[in-house]
Design a protein around this ligand. Structure first.
Ligand code: NAD
Ligand code: IPM
Ligand code: MG
Length: 358
């Protein structure tokens, strides 16, 4: 199969982890006889430095021409600590999502059994947890009107959803629930927010079309609690942009670390595959970032954008085997990890590549 992949490393550890992700794509192409071609483009802080824009026109053009995009992360402490900055790396990410129509962000929470001891949650609560989040990605308070008033002393953001935006993500979640355990949890704040009342109305209206799927509604505050108390009660979860952002960072503790969570952003055009984590400047340049979220994002790309199931399984299988062999990056090392088995980013990548080359 011939495919053209755009690699967009972005900032901080984004470059470190996408290097490994790309190597995995190259290994898969060799192993299965595919012809993958690559290009690279700038986004975020590095793009601002080079062009003044967090999403240069050239990057967007390359994104539209690609069959899939492997994305790293954006962000820089310079902007995190300057609330008055007018141009910000994150604007590049948000604009990319909007321009490419990536309204559905799939965030699978897959716990590898070997990582039961990497989490601070009790193993008996965690064992068997497997959740698929559908986070709406192009609406909500992220894209609503925002403004400063009163000479800058008052500020507001608007949480806004239209029926069609809710419908399309909810339908995707129902379809996925059908292929899994036929349980869907919709998370909102309908006891307070009007946009959440619309969200709940839409879920209730669509539910009869999927009578084989059991639907429950949870408020975001209770859902955040239940996720840690009893993660196994969840199968497919659908929620808005902001709630999904927060809940999935929380859910990363079920999988052991932010460094384990991959995601697929899909919609009308080219899919974007990226870890859920950010640019992590606290560890940038130290060579310790966990590359497995990027590697697992490659598996999602192979499966969802290219329909290459066996190839995707080979990647997930390699991750599983490396963890079974006892290798860990620092973030997922547990009390029983041998110190010599704690690897840096590149060494962990090499372990995966060796298995894929075998
Ligand atoms: N999708 C994205 O590009 C994205 C996502 C989240 C945050 N950000 C940006 O990243 C910057 C830093 O944000 P933050 O610190 O809140 O979130 P972060 O996800 O970058 O880091 C949170 C914590 O998790 C750790 N971590 C993250 N990824 C890891 C990995 N692969 N291996 C090991 N440890 C890992 C970090 O060291 C840090 O302690 C900010 O500028 C933020 O806006 C970008
Ligand atoms: C960096 C930020 C804009 C982004 C978001 O909130 O969507 C990030 O946290 C994510 O989860 O991809
Ligand atoms: Mg986030």
């Amino acid at each position: 199969m011939k495919k053209h992949i755009l690699v967009v490393p972005g900032d901080g550890i984004g470059a470190e982890v996408t290097t490994v992700g790309k190597q995995v794509l190259e290994a898969i192409a060799r192993k299965f006889g595919h012809e993958f071609t690559y290009d690279e483009a700038l986004i975020g802080h590095v793009a601002i430095e080079a062009t003044g824009s967090p999403l240069p026109g050239e990057t967007l053009t390359k994104m539209r021409a690609a069959d899939a995009i492997l994305f790293g992360a954006v962000g820089h402490p310079k902007y995190d600590n300057d609330p008055t900055a007018k141009v910000r790396p994150e604007q590049g990410l948000l604009q990319m999502r909007k321009e490419l129509g990536l309204y559905a962000n799939l965030r699978p929470i897959k716990l590898f059994d070997e990582l039961l001891d990497a989490s601070s949650i009790k193993p008996e609560i965690l064992r068997g947890a497997d959740i698929l989040f559908f986070r709406e990605l192009t609406g909500d308070v992220y894209f609503g009107k925002r403004e400063r008033l009163d000479e800058g002393n008052t500020a507001y953001d608007t949480m806004i959803y239209s029926k069609y935006e809710v419908e399309r993500i909810v339908r995707k979640a129902f379809e996925a629930a059908r292929t899994r355990n036929k349980r869907l949890c919709s998370v909102d704040k309908a006891n307070v927010l009007e946009s959440s009342r619309l969200w709940r109305e839409v879920v209730q209206a669509i539910a009869p079309e999927y009578a084989d799927v059991e639907v429950e509604h949870q408020f975001i505050d209770a859902a955040a609690m239940l996720l840690i108390k009893d993660p196994k009660r969840f199968d497919v979860v659908v929620t808005g942009n902001l709630f999904g952002d927060i809940l999935t960072d929380e859910a990363s503790q079920i999988a052991g670390s932010m460094g384990m969570l991959a995601s697929a952003s899909v919609g009308d055009n080219t899919g974007v595959y990226e870890p859920i984590h950010g640019s992590a400047h606290d560890i940038t340049g130290k060579g310790v970032a966990n590359p497995l979220a990027s590697v697992l994002s490659v598996a999602l790309m192979l499966d969802i954008s290219f329909g290459l199931k066996a190839e995707a399984e080979a990647v997930v299988g390699a991750v599983d085997a490396v963890l079974k062999a006892g290798y860990r990056t620092r973030d997922i090392a547990g009390p029983t990890t041998q110190p010599e088995h704690v690897l840096g980013t590149d060494a962990m990548g090499q372990q995966i590549l060796q298995l894929l080359q075998a």
